[in-house]
Design a protein around this ligand. Structure first.
Ligand SMILES: *Cc1c(COP(=O)(O)O)cnc(C)c1O
Length: 222
């Protein structure tokens, strides 16, 4: 683990009013505890079972963020404790989150994941799907899911202009959605973008949550 990087990133984030999601997937509890002891409370995972085991064993005031694609049949396992889902990428998944949130008598915060990269393989909604989802949410009376923002992953490329263009596009969309759907609702405030390789560009385009793994924990061996 790289505590120097942790210090410099957390200092940098203060100037932007952004928060760090320490992406701990594949990493042992001892390292998570190490960052916890330095004050970090938000950790990100992308496997339901791994998250469950870590949740059991680590301090209960950790805010666990689920950052990847989530299968509908697995929502029930994390619904009791997850603090933010970054990867809501369909209306069907959103409805399942609502169902499971009701079952455990919680309200669950989610971000809608937008497809902003050039790669075909990355999950995410297009703009029409997003508006359809938000129209649905708007009409619900008794809904246990709060859409608190948007998430996106830029193309994996060295071309920083391309990455900046994609983050800029998501920032514009975020502001449009806020104006159109959440004018009197300050809860829509999170823009999750930026990873180890591109978080500085993301901060320059309004990111409020950067998801950083390898810079803090070292490279992952799958
Ligand atoms: C793994 C992962 C990250 C962190 O990536 P690093 O390059 O290691 O910082 C961020 N976001 C998502 C969705 C991830 O799956």
């Amino acid at each position: 683990m790289n505590l120097e990087a942790f210090d410099s990133i957390t200092n940098e984030l203060k100037q932007y009013n952004a928060k760090l999601v320490a992406v701990s997937k594949t990493k042992p509890n001892s390292q998570i505890q190490g960052f916890y002891d330095k004050g970090q409370r938000i950790f990100g995972e992308n496997k339901v079972q791994e998250l469950g085991e870590k949740y059991e064993d680590l301090p209960k005031d950790i805010e666990w963020h689920f950052i990847g694609h989530l299968q509908r049949n697995k929502v029930k396992y994390i619904a009791p404790y997850v603090s933010l889902l970054h990867g809501v990428d369909s209306l069907r998944l959103l409805k399942e989150v609502d169902k499971q949130a009701k079952r455990v008598d919680r309200n669950i915060d989610v971000l809608c994941q937008m497809h902003i990269a050039q790669e075909e393989t990355k999950f995410g909604l297009d703009n029409n799907e997003l508006f359809e989802l938000l129209d649905y949410v708007k009409d619900q009376k008794d809904f246990n899911v709060n859409v608190v923002g948007l998430m996106g992953m830029a193309t994996n490329t060295d071309n920083t202009n391309q990455v900046a263009k994609e983050f800029k596009g998501l920032q514009v969309l975020f502001n449009d959605v806020k104006e159109k759907y959440f004018l009197n609702n300050s809860s829509f405030k999170e823009l999750s973008m930026g990873m180890s390789g591109d978080y500085k560009i993301a901060l320059d385009h309004g990111s409020t949550l950067v998801r950083i793994g390898s810079t803090l924990f070292g490279n992952r061996n799958y």
